[in-house]
Design a protein around this ligand. Structure first.
Ligand SMILES: NC(=O)c1ccc[n+]([C@@H]2O[C@H](COP(=O)([O-])OP(=O)(O)OC[C@H]3O[C@@H](n4cnc5c(N)ncnc54)[C@H](O)[C@@H]3O)[C@@H](O)[C@H]2O)c1
Length: 454
């Protein structure tokens, strides 16, 4: 971004554009090209479809480059019907803008070191988030990084440091903060409508459901034809490679990287990144963390390929005594247990005691009560990110918030990995303390391989 663009984006003219999204019932008004936020997409797989589609609706954004080591991979999506890779994404972007100007590349450094790019969307598997996002922040680029923020605790700490030092706008892909059910449920809890809330149940999915879950082929293969030799190396990147750089369908087919610790954190981080994030938001733990994980129980059987448990339960305990019981068997969503009754929330449902049935967030939440953050009316999580860039103000989920949400999940995963029932954590020093702390602190450090480093 040259100086004049930088100056524009913090000027009052930019503030005027900040409200001109297609959303919120306003007539779309497209800023001149020089005044748009130029965005690079890094990772053209399943989740990128949704993020890119939403960014394409925002007239203040110009997607100028898409990046993926895969050129084109048919069936690369949740329903195995769409085609992933940089080529279909370029075509989608060009079609939306009515031209052929979107650039494509197989190497994310072509995006991060391109001075004409203002912001990046990092939507790769988890083992790449920290390296790409930190490099982008060091280049002064604003970052929308998918959840879970990082694959391990040390990476998250490094990301928060880079975010503070660079001062860029950072949004974590925690779009469920925009769900009115979660927000209203959280406001009822935070404002004491059900009395003191000392416990909650957090239900996350197990790892063996769905077509892309456990139960797939764990034998070693050569990579499918959609990977070139260099493309497969770029996909593996800083993760610890398997012998002979094998492609193992159960953990390398689209979406399946979640089931192995070299590339993902299982369901505890995959969905914990959402529900623990909401829990932290509503209970006031956004910039701290638990003091202990307790009562860990899993069905992990020692499988080195599918090395995260399909079933698990544990408690996260916080300094004020609050206890969250997290389980793959609990009802999916968050159930807050209050003195005067329970509140259940998920992304579309809010259940509350009869005496609160008529309560409405819009009508009944008083100005002096705690209001949880809401994006501008009708603005998506993606547009909230663009608002943050134009207006230079805090937005829904900054880097530290995302780090604290996911480090709570990593603390649980480390306890699981060590086969322990409990571990203690110092949220201020961000270190394990007490019994088995040395072994746990070692696992909090993420190693990087193949010449890649932060
Ligand atoms: N916010 C949400 O609700 C939500 C939902 C699903 C996924 N996600 C997150 O989005 C991210 C991507 O998940 P997904 O389901 O789309 O996975 P996916 O496997 O479908 O897609 C990942 C894409 O990243 C590409 N990639 C790998 N290495 C790369 C590199 N070095 N440079 C550029 N591209 C690279 C892959 O080739 C693939 O196309 C994950 O972090 C995931 O947790 C978030």
């Amino acid at each position: 971004m040259d100086f004049s663009r930088r100056a524009f984006l913090t000027s009052s003219a930019a503030l005027a554009f900040a409200g001109c999204g297609t959303l919120g019932g306003k007539t779309p008004r497209r800023p001149a090209p020089s005044e748009r936020i130029t965005l690079g997409i890094i990772g053209c797989g399943t989740q990128a479809f949704s993020n890119v589609f939403t960014f394409l609706q925002d007239p203040r954004v110009q997607i100028t480059v898409v990046c993926d080591p895969i050129l084109e991979a048919p069936g690369y999506s949740y329903d195995a019907k769409a085609t992933g890779g940089r080529k279909p994404f370029k075509e989608m972007v060009d079609k939306a803008y009515g031209n052929a100007s979107c650039r494509m590349t197989a190497d994310w450094r072509d995006v991060v070191y391109d001075p004409s790019v203002d912001a990046v969307l990092v939507v790769t598997p988890d083992h790449w988030h920290a390296l790409i996002a930190i490099a982008a922040m060091k280049q002064g680029k604003h970052v929308y990084c998918q959840k879970p923020l990082a694959i391990g605790i040390s990476e998250g700490i490094a990301m928060v440091k880079a975010a503070r030092e660079s001062g860029v706008v950072f949004q974590v892909g925690s779009q469920h903060r925009g769900d009115s059910s979660f927000r209203a449920g959280g406001e009822l809890v935070a404002n004491g409508y059900v009395g003191a809330v000392k416990t909650a149940d957090v239900g996350l999915p197990g790892a063996n459901g769905g077509e892309w879950g456990h139960g797939r082929d764990t034998t070693r293969k050569t990579p499918p034809a959609y990977f070139t030799k260099e493309g497969w190396q770029m996909w593996l990147g800083p993760s610890r490679h398997w012998e002979d750089d094998a492609f193992i369908p159960a953990i390398h087919e689209p979406l399946c990287w979640r089931w192995n610790s070299r590339t993902g954190g299982g369901m505890i981080t995959d969905w914990g990144a959402h529900w623990i994030d909401i829990l932290h938001w509503t209970m006031g733990f956004e910039r701290t963390g638990p003091v202990a994980v307790e009562n860990m129980s899993t069905n992990y059987d020692g499988d080195p390929v599918l090395d995260w448990a399909a079933k698990y339960s544990f408690d996260l305990v916080y300094a004020n005594g609050f206890r969250a019981h997290v389980s793959s068997d609990a009802r999916c969503g968050i159930t807050y247990h209050g003195e005067k009754g329970d509140i259940f929330a998920d992304y579309s449902k809010l259940e509350r005691p009869d005496f609160l049935k008529k309560w409405s967030e819009k009508r009944d939440l008083k100005p002096n009560e705690k209001h949880l953050y809401r994006a501008k009316d009708g603005h998506s999580h993606e547009s909230d990110f663009i608002d943050g860039i134009y207006e230079r103000r805090p937005i829904a989920t900054d880097c530290e918030i995302g780090h604290r949400s996911i480090s709570a999940c990593h603390i649980a995963n480390i306890c699981l990995r060590l086969g322990l029932k409990s571990l203690q954590w110092d949220p201020k020093a961000e270190r394990f303390v007490g019994a088995n702390a040395d072994a746990a602190n070692k696992l909090a450090q993420v190693p990087h391989y193949n010449g890649w480093e932060i």
